[in-house]
Design a protein around this ligand. Structure first.
Ligand code: GFB
Length: 319
């Protein structure tokens, strides 16, 4: 991949896609191709084929997906499996048909068994039952991995697959019903501070543990793998350490400057008790993260405040 390569970032406005665009631009890549979902609905094969037939794409970062937190996955299983299968089937197959040199498919660590030994190694894939709340999404992602591996074997393509851990950072989803835990707690704790609310609700027991990687670290890993990784097997991307949801809430409260207390809503699901990934494969290849959770929370909160100011100016008044 050289600085003039024609690089398509699918999902460029999302948490992951926008970080990949930032990383590519920072490294001097100047021939990027992007389309919003309004400009190009990736679920519609004819429109996606017209796009590939006219754009001469050489490299693809497949960061477009229907994603969401534990409640969104539990309540909209058909949307999650249908949309993700449609998007990835179109992009993977048409990347082959239109001669894309290399594609990076992004899965998720929720593809591993609910009770996999921790930390989870790549070879634990499909060795046990999945977490029920996000099984449709996980099955779609496993299908995408298998499709890339099958195309590589049958057609000689270079379609690699990476499994990022839970991510956070700029341009995340802050809708309280559909988002992941970190942006949800950041918003809830910020609003509690702003309104003088003395308690913040945490879903579940607060005991599950999660690993969090800042989106710009993930993007850096994606560029590293696009340049250096040629194996047909999947590779985990993470920071190698996790925190409980309770500890996360306390870290967010510290970053926000909130001194209230937390109440736990046990009617909400905990989901997988833990999903720490083994990062030794990627570490051995020569990559490691550089942004700690404390640094990442500070940057994310700063970006959140900026986006709130932009929003409040656009609606003309305080919110
Ligand atoms: O981030 P999250 O929604 O998804 O939830 P998963 C992580 C943990 O945080 C769960 C708890 O135990 C939640 O109950 N939690 C506490 C909260 N308060 C909140 C809150 O206000 N909002 C949310 N959303 N959670 C997802 C998968 O699993 O991981 C996706 O469902 C994807 O498919 C993603 O793989 C990376 O980490 O449990």
């Amino acid at each position: 991949m050289n600085l003039d390569s024609r690089i398509y970032v699918a999902g460029h406005r999302g948490l992951v896609g926008s970080a990949i665009v930032r990383a590519l631009e920072l490294q001097g890549y100047r021939n990027l191709v992007t389309r919003t979902s309004q400009e190009l609905d990736l679920r519609e094969r004819d429109r996606v084929e017209r796009f590939f037939s006219s754009e001469g794409i050489e490299y693809v970062f497949l960061a477009a997906a229907k994603v969401g937190g534990i409640i969104a996955n539990r309540d909209y299983p058909a949307d999650f499996i249908r949309d993700n299968l449609l998007i990835q089937n179109n992009i993977i197959d048409l990347s082959y048909r239109y001669g894309v040199k290399k594609l990076l498919f992004l899965g998720s660590t929720c593809i591993y068994p609910k009770l996999a030994p921790q930390p989870m190694k790549e070879e634990y894939l499909m060795t046990g039952a999945l977490e029920p709340t996000n099984e449709p999404y996980a099955v779609a992602k496993i299908a995408g991995i298998t499709m890339c591996q099958s195309y590589n074997r049958q057609y000689g393509t270079r379609f690699i697959s990476a499994m990022p851990t839970n991510l956070y950072g700029p341009n995340d989803n802050y809708d309280l019903e559909t988002s992941h835990v970190l942006p949800a707690l950041l918003r809830k704790i910020h609003e509690a501070k702003e309104t003088g609310q003395r308690e913040v609700e945490i879903w579940g027991t607060g005991q599950p543990k999660r690993e969090f990687l800042y989106a710009d670290d993930l993007a850096d890993a994606c560029l590293f793998l696009m340049k250096h990784y040629e194996e047909n097997s999947i590779v985990n991307i993470g920071c190698g350490e996790d925190v409980s949801i309770r500890e996360l809430a306390e870290s967010i409260a510290s970053a926000v400057g909130y001194d209230g207390s937390f109440v736990y809503n046990a009617s909400k699901p905990d989901g997988t008790p833990r999903k720490l990934v083994d990062v030794s494969k990627l570490t051995a290849l020569g990559w490691k993260p550089s942004i700690s959770l404390e640094q990442g929370l500070a940057r994310t909160y700063e970006h959140y405040l900026e986006s709130q100011q932009i929003y409040s100016k656009s609606v003309g008044g305080s919110i």
